[in-house]
Design a protein around this ligand. Structure first.
Ligand SMILES: Cc1cc2nc3c(=O)[nH]c(=O)nc-3n(C[C@H](O)[C@H](O)[C@H](O)COP(=O)(O)OP(=O)(O)OC[C@H]3O[C@@H](n4cnc5c(N)ncnc54)[C@H](O)[C@@H]3O)c2cc1C
Length: 417
């Protein structure tokens, strides 16, 4: 009987899953597999928050596959070693998987494809993680023209979950690790679909600008692919659909600029001198800057593994433009805590708010005065009272107006060098 592997990565669902669908269409038997790669679990961006969410996702995925007669093989090791071995064990002749954009994923996939080919097994990449085929566009560095071109890209059909999955007999499936849950979201397709179906887009415009409201909170489910971005797009229009386009945009940016993971997209700004202190960095990450909205955001992050987008903007701007600390340190801190932590999205947004990335605007326009932001986006004080009620009693560690001038001068010097 013909057999293929389906390599699940961060597309941990059975609905609208192009690699699974393609494999089931072309092969009689499939072996769904996930490889726990120690390089990811212990790497630069390791996170207990994402690890516990991931284990929820794997457990749920296994159950969803079992309901359909299948199962999930969970292996530990590197895919370039584990997948050819597993394929041989089951006489599989192809491995299906969805393409991804981070430099780590691209290098790993290249190495895995080579190893598979050498073993006589055919790697088959499909789309699946993004709404449109973002690799098809010429490189864009500004969102609006990207958006216009992206809207015209063809879309794939959305598919339901397969009814039946046939796996070879005698699969050794391995165990899904367990971990104490960090953060306030449960992972998995079941929880993700529930949240997607419960989301009311009519509340969105207000939630986006009010810190005391919740936006859709689908980002972690999108990051791990518990829900399909393409399916989500078919359900929404207006501002919400436009925000989803930002996700494809930042993936597109990283695909074309892999050096962004370590360098500013606007190369001049690699010369920025960061004068901030470790004491200020600690005050920022521990939520004790004396600016209540900053402290509330940082404590919400530590407690829940999520932060409202407006708070992400305010806290990130504060670190870079009020405390003069390298955006990469902030990026790394967010990656440690965010359940939705995603190299392309986090890096793109950090570079944007630091005014060193894509979609540039004059520097003086991208300053966030924390006190004004608090008044505008938390007018009743609900957000700061929930997360940092004591912050008002802390003396602010810096003066915003003074630091703004220093930042304008520092960016000017970097441009002139
Ligand atoms: C400094 C900083 C770091 C960030 N890091 C991440 C990250 O690591 N992972 C991540 O998914 N998002 C990141 N974001 C973007 C955004 O804050 C989150 O996607 C959003 O807050 C998640 O909550 P939600 O699902 O309720 O979003 P909603 O507002 O309900 O939006 C729906 C979806 O649209 C997409 N989206 C919305 N805003 C953005 C945006 N600015 N950029 C890209 N996609 C967007 C997300 O996929 C989101 O789930 C970051 C933003 C900033 C300012």
């Amino acid at each position: 009987m013909s057999t293929a592997l389906v390599w699940f990565r961060r597309d941990l669902r059975v609905h609208d899953h192009p690699p699974l669908r393609a494999a089931l269409d072309q092969f009689e038997r499939v072996v769904p597999v996930f490889v726990l790669d120690p390089r990811l679990l212990d790497g630069r961006f390791e996170s207990e928050y994402r690890a516990s969410f991931l284990f929820d996702c794997l457990k749920d995925l296994r159950e969803r596959l079992q309901e359909r007669g299948g199962n999930l093989v969970v292996l530990t090791g590197t895919p370039e070693q584990e997948l050819p071995r597993l394929a041989h064990e089951h006489q599989a002749t192809a491995v299906f998987f969805a393409s991804d954009v981070s430099p780590f994923a691209m290098n790993r996939d290249k190495r895995t494809e080579e190893a598979l080919r050498q073993a006589g097994i055919e790697p088959r990449r499909t789309p699946g993680n993004f709404i449109a085929d973002i690799g098809k566009l010429k490189p864009y560095g500004v969102f609006s023209p990207f958006w216009r071109a992206w809207k015209e890209l063809p879309r794939r059909d959305v598919h339901g979950a397969p009814r039946k999955i046939t796996t070879p007999p005698g699969l050794t499936v391995g165990t899904v690790p367990t971990a104490t849950r960090r953060g306030d979201q449960r992972g998995g397709e079941t929880a993700g679909r529930k949240a997607m179906l419960a989301f009311d887009p009519n509340t969105y415009d207000e939630a986006r600008v009010r810190l005391d409201r919740q936006t859709s909170r689908l980002s972690a489910y999108l990051h791990f692919g518990c829900i399909s971005a393409r399916e989500l797009e078919t359900r929404h229009s207006g501002k919400y659909a436009r925000q989803l386009a930002w996700r494809d945009f930042y993936a597109h940016v990283l695909l074309h600029n892999p050096r962004n993971t370590h360098h500013a997209y606007q190369e001049d700004y690699d010369a920025l001198e960061w004068e901030g202190t470790d004491e200020h960095f600690d005050a920022w990450r521990e939520g004790r800057t004396g600016y209540p909205v900053v402290d509330a955001g940082m404590r919400q992050l530590a407690e829940t593994g999520w932060m409202h987008n407006r708070a992400r903007l305010i806290t990130a701007s504060f670190l870079v433009k009020d405390l003069h600390i390298d955006w990469r340190r902030g990026e790394q801190h967010f990656m440690r805590y965010l359940i939705d932590g995603d190299v392309a999205q986090n890096n793109g947004n950090w570079q944007w708010i630091s005014s060193v990335g894509v979609d540039p605007a004059p520097l003086y326009r991208r300053f966030y005065n924390p006190s004004l932001q608090q008044a505008r986006h938390d007018p009743d004080g609900v957000y700061v009272n929930t997360w940092a009620p004591d912050s008002q009693t802390i003396t602010p560690i810096v003066d915003h107006a003074t630091e703004r001038k220093r930042t304008l001068a520092a960016y000017g010097r970097a441009r002139d060098t």
